[in-house]
Design a protein around this ligand. Structure first.
Ligand code: FES
Length: 238
C-alpha cells in the first residue's frame, strides 16, 4: 500500500471531466473521508452530499470504481483498485455539479407509486396492534429500512432505458405499504404500480438487490407487486 491514493473525481455536469488528486492514504479511511479531504484541503469548490456519516440519511451515495455505493460506510481498503479510486455521481439522475445529483425525479416517483401511508377517511383513534409474527408484518419489515440513497435506482438498467420507470426504491416502498394492514389506499396503490412505468417493466436483472447497501431485495418486492396486480385483475381486490 503506497502513501497516497490516486483519486479521479468527476467535475462539472453531464459534459464534465475527471480531475485527479493525490490524497494521503490512511488506515480505516472511508470513501467519504477521501472526498471530504479533497474538498477541505485541495478544492473547496468540490460539490458532494453527506449528512449523517453513519449509514442513516442516504445522501452520500456515489459511483465508486464503477459501482454505486454508500460512501460513508465503504472503506477505501475494500474498493480501491491498487491505489486508484474513481468517483462519479450516481447514474440515471441529472448531475447538479460534480458528485451531487438532482433527486427530485427519484422522490417524485415515490409519490407516483403512492408510497405514502393512507389512513382512510375514518382512521382508528387508538394505536393499531400488528403482531410481529404475521406474514404481512414480516413482509413489510423486510423492505422498511430503505434509506432512499438511490443506489438501486442508479444501478437499474430499466431506469437507464426508460426514464419513466418508477424504479426499485419507489416500488419497494409501495410493497411495504401493500403489506401494511392499517393502510386504506390499496386499490389506488395497486393501480398506480400497474401502469407501463410500474412493476411489470422490471426485467428482474437483480442489480438493485445486488447493490442495496441495506440488503433489501426490491426485486422480490416488485415480484410481490406483480402478484398483487394480477390478483386485482382477476377480481381478488387490492
Ligand atoms: Fe448518511 Fe452516508 S452520510 S448514509
Amino acid at each position: 500500500m503506497s502513501a497516497t491514493l490516486d483519486v479521479a473525481i468527476w467535475r462539472g455536469t453531464e459534459d464534465g471531466h475527471f480531475q485527479s488528486f493525490a490524497v494521503p492514504r490512511r488506515e480505516h479511511q472511508t470513501v467519504l473521508d477521501v472526498v471530504t479531504e479533497v474538498q477541505r484541503h485541495f478544492d473547496p469548490t468540490l460539490s458532494y452530499r453527506f449528512a449523517c456519516r453513519v449509514g442513516m440519511c442516504g445522501s452520500c451515495a456515489m459511483v465508486v470504481n464503477g459501482r454505486p455505493r454508500w460512501t460513508c460506510r465503504t472503506r477505501v481498503s475494500e474498493v480501491a483498485e491498487g491505489d486508484r479510486l474513481k468517483l462519479e455521481p450516481l447514474r440515471n439522475l441529472t448531475i447538479v455539479k460534480d458528485l451531487a445529483v438532482e433527486m427530485t425525479d427519484f422522490f417524485d416517483k415515490w409519490k407516483d407509486a403512492r408510497g405514502y401511508f393512507e389512513p382512510g377517511p375514518a382512521p382508528e383513534t387508538d394505536f393499531a396492534v400488528v403482531p410481529p409474527e404475521t406474514r404481512e408484518r414480516q413482509t413489510a419489515n423486510a423492505g422498511i429500512e430503505c434509506i432512499g440513497c438511490g443506489v438501486c435506482y442508479s444501478a437499474c438498467d430499466v431506469v437507464a432505458w426508460d426514464q419513466d420507470y418508477l424504479g426499485p426504491a419507489a416500488l419497494n416502498r409501495a410493497w411495504t405499504l401493500v403489506n401494511d394492514v392499517r393502510d386504506r389506499g390499496q386499490t389506488e396503490r395497486i393501480d398506480a404500480v400497474a401502469t407501463d412505468a410500474g412493476c411489470h417493466a422490471c426485467h428482474t436483472h437483480m442489480s438493485c438487490t445486488q447493490f442495496c447497501p441495506k440488503q433489501i431485495a426490491p426485486t422480490y418486492a416488485i415480484a410481490g407487486l406483480k402478484r398483487a396486480v394480477m390478483k386485482r385483475a382477476f377480481g381478488g381486490g387490492g
